[in-house]
Structures are given as structure tokens and as C-alpha cells.
Design a protein. Structure first.
Length: 75
């Protein structure tokens, strides 16, 4: 199963990747997808094999790694 198999999970995944630097609540993500929190969590987990929180954390960690590797932010 791929992320494209569930349009709502795909939309939430795209939103997480686009807005991971902002506060994201599962409730707000579910509301924007037009489904319940439980239904979104289930669909997301079955499609991506990870929770919404895990995906958000993964995106944030990838960004942090890139910043450490590609910038001089830490002196």
C-alpha cells in the first residue's frame, strides 16, 4: 500500500512535510482532512507504517540534520 492509496492520509502527509516547522495537532490535521482523529490515525498508520507524531518528528529531525550538515548555525 502506498500513501496514494488514501487521499486523506496523503494530504495529511503532504501537510506535515510542508508545515513540520509549525505546531501541528492531530485534531487540526483530522479536521482539515474531514475525518475523525481515530480514522486519520488508523489510515495514516496503515499507509505509512508510522504514526502522525512519528512522521512529524522524522521530518523535523531530517531538517535538523540538514541544517547541521549544510550551515554554520552552530559556532
Amino acid at each position: 500500500m502506498s500513501v496514494c492509496d488514501d487521499d486523506r492520509a496523503a494530504a495529511v502527509g503532504c501537510r506535515i512535510r510542508a508545515q513540520f516547522q509549525e505546531p501541528l495537532s492531530v485534531t487540526d490535521l483530522a479536521r482539515s482532512a474531514g475525518i475523525s482523529v481515530r480514522a486519520l490515525q488508523s489510515a495514516f498508520k496503515s499507509v505509512l507504517g508510522a504514526s502522525i507524531r512519528d512522521e512529524t518528528h522524522r521530518c523535523r529531525m531530517e531538517c535538523a540534520e540538514r541544517l547541521l550538515e549544510e550551515t554554520d548555525l552552530i559556532h
